[in-house]
Design a protein around this ligand. Structure first.
Ligand SMILES: Nc1ncnc2c1ncn2[C@@H]1O[C@H](COP(=O)(O)OP(=O)(O)OP(=O)(O)O)[C@@H](O)[C@H]1O
Length: 303
């Protein structure tokens, strides 16, 4: 797999506090990578290091296969970002703002109409930014980030503070970019539901550590059904099953089965009954992605 971003043991300390701890991010080409974690988990700090805005305490960053420390300027020329509130002149129109930025970047003039169209602001091209909704301002920020045709777009909590229609508009835009513009998108959020709706890959960060990284499909798989067994003398029953080589989990007097076919469940019940345990309940338990995320990040930020 080709990775657009790869970090190796990326670490940031502030005094004694470790904000980001030995992170090994792998962001595959052409995906929308959702960087998910509770507030204070270290997302912004990580993104700032990826953009060369903050120097890592240790570890390294590779973007487009090149070392950020060595090739900073040429790498960042191909990266677009929206990590803080976008900066613009509110007394100018969106077109004029983009024109000012375009001149700095040296992009061709046609780019302006193209990015306005892409973020659905063509109709507001000649309107002053001071009358814009927050969602429109955010989209103008993204339009600015797209002026130099980036191969990687980094967005820090882009839907924060937007109203429902602004959120939907932003999500659709993020989903379109990889397909229409051959772009890889890295988006951070503290809301699983946000990431779930746009991302194809997920990295979960908690207290500075990456605790999960895989496709959203793999994350969903983790959320699949579990079979719960409530039996008499559960701890001993669990040991009996283990001794017979049956894979289970045991927690709070409940046995959880891995094998979920009808036959496997029937076989387990038969063993338990044979061995003299009473089987009180055999139930399916459905874990939502939210449950999994909350379990992964349980404990809050108590570094
Ligand atoms: N400049 C700084 N100086 C000292 N500590 C900092 C600095 N920036 C961030 N931190 C600390 O590093 C930790 C991670 O912060 P960071 O902003 O990266 O988290 P986050 O996941 O982006 O959360 P949020 O969504 O709330 O911004 C926090 O404990 C924060 O207090």
């Amino acid at each position: 797999m080709e990775y657009i971003v790869e970090t190796h043991n990326l670490t940031k300390r502030f005094g004694k506090e470790i904000a980001v701890s030995a992170l090994n991010l792998k962001i595959p080409k052409g995906e929308v990578y959702g960087f998910l974690g509770p507030n204070g988990a270290g997302k912004s700090t990580t993104l700032r290091m990826l953009l060369g805005l903050m120097r890592p305490t240790a570890g390294s960053v590779r973007i487009f296969g090149r070392d950020l420390k060595k090739d900073r300027i040429s790498i960042l020329r191909n990266v677009g970002s929206l990590v803080e509130s976008p900066s613009y002149y509110s007394h100018l129109t969106s077109y004029e703002n983009l024109e000012a930025m375009r001149k700095i970047l040296g992009s061709p003039k046609e780019k302006i109409d193209e990015v306005l169209e892409l973020v659905h602001l063509s109709k507001a091209a000649d309107k002053k930014v001071k009358g814009f909704s927050l969602g429109m301002k955010q989209r103008l920020g993204i339009a600015m980030a797209l002026l130099n045709d980036p191969k990687l777009l980094i967005l820090d909590e882009p839907t924060n503070g937007l109203d429902p229609s602004g959120i939907i508009e932003m999500r659709n835009l993020i989903k379109r970019l990889p397909k229409e513009k051959d772009m890889t998108v890295l988006i951070s959020s503290h809301l699983l539901s946000e990431i779930d709706q746009v991302a194809t890959y997920v990295g979960v960060i908690s207290k500075g550590k990456l605790i999960f990284q895989d496709s959203i499909k793999a994350m969903r798989k983790k959320a699949q059904l579990k079979i719960r067994l409530k039996v008499s003398d559960a701890n001993n029953a669990y040991r009996s099953l283990l001794a017979k080589g049956i894979k289970t989990d045991y927690q709070d007097n409940i046995i959880y089965l891995y094998e979920q076919s009808d036959e496997a469940v029937a076989a387990v019940v038969e063993i338990l009954v044979d061995e003299g345990y009473s089987v009180y309940r055999v139930e399916e338990e459905h874990q939502s992605l939210e449950d999994i995320f909350l379990k992964m990040t349980a404990g809050g930020d108590d570094r």
